[in-house]
Design a protein around this ligand. Sequence first.
Ligand code: CMC
Length: 393
Amino acid sequence: TGHFTYDPGFTSTASCESKITYIDGEEGVLLYRGYPIEQLAEKGNFLESCYLLLNGELPTAAEFKEFDKAITNHTMVHEQMQFFLRGFRRDAHPMAIMCGMVGALSAFYHDSTDINDPVQRMIASRRLIAKIPTLAAMAYKYSVGQPVVYPKNSLGYAENFLHMCFSVPAEEYKVDPILARAMDRIFILHADHEQNASTSTVRLAGSSGANPFACIAAGIACLWGPAHGGANEAALEMLREIGTVDRIPEYIAKAKDKNDPFRLMGFGHRVYKNYDPRARVMQKTCHEVLQVLGIKDDPLLDVAIELERIALSDSYFIEKKLYPNIDFYSGITLKAMGFPTTMFTVLFALARTVGWVAQWNEMIEDPDQRIGRPRQLYTGAPRRDYVSFDKRK
Ligand code: CMC
């Protein structure tokens, strides 16, 4: 059994070749198809990044128009999805709803589940990118007991999402362009991140030939965990628990204590051993949002800034290269925008859908693609004979 490399957590295994996203963790670099994340987040928009991730090049004006129109065409979900939604308990976690609803799309859109047909793959990819905000907003509306708001195709992608989340029939809701821009930027920052746990899950599920809706549902399930996409929710819960600046040292001590399982949520990354470049953009966006909303003294923000300052100057965190990651600031921003913490990971899933879809397509098109099938080092009992009940001790 000594033929396999034992690599728990796959820290030194490249599972595929990919042309989509490049990360240099030592230098804190993140590129989508060669373009730095900072430039895409500051100068571009999310749909343009989607096109780029899917097709390899930034779209021309005409290509963008066609893509935008195609995505817009697919924003509605089958009306029967509402019945499915109503089957959930009213206090269901929106990530539980997302796992179910996205998986269920395969039952509603059979026509685009033929993975061997490139045209059907493209339609399924566009359907997923277009419908995921609608489903996310449905999950949110359900959790607050409000009627579902249908997509409005005259609005941009992020704008439409905010409309579906925050419009109520009783009142005219106007999406603040700065908030829409911030939302769009959050989506860009989360769009792809090479072979992270959920993306690897999507690829592994897809390697068996499973349909794209099922594969993305698998990715959503994986993303839910607190060590991955669930960290933004966990980070905000942690800031709440700390509550005031004077209690920070107590939590820093807990994080450093080997015998205490507590970790500073929103700190550390498997790949970034330098500042997470997304965290830098996110921090700026966070301040913009707080300013637009007129939030001056958010105690959570005070705790966050002080926590960051202390952690960055503490030898434990410096030696272990534990820097704040994207989730550290996204939580505060999303809270300010009006999202409950239970929606944070849903927003991550929404944005990451394009990355999952792009990676899934790349995998299907890869001539070296085979079913993913890791091996193991068996450490259990050797061969032994069955014993009947009366002879067992
Ligand atoms: N607080 C305190 N100590 C930590 C932390 C933390 N947040 N993260 C890692 N460490 C310590 C850990 O105890 C270990 O110490 P030692 O070497 O003495 O045993 C060392 O740093 C290395 O940790 P690891 O668990 O071996 O590192 P990993 O690469 O397996 O884990 C991580 C990466 C992100 C899961 C981890 O840093 C963590 O749990 N962070 C908090 C959760 C979080 O913010 N996750 C979001 C990740 S970014 C968004 C995404 O892509 O999902």
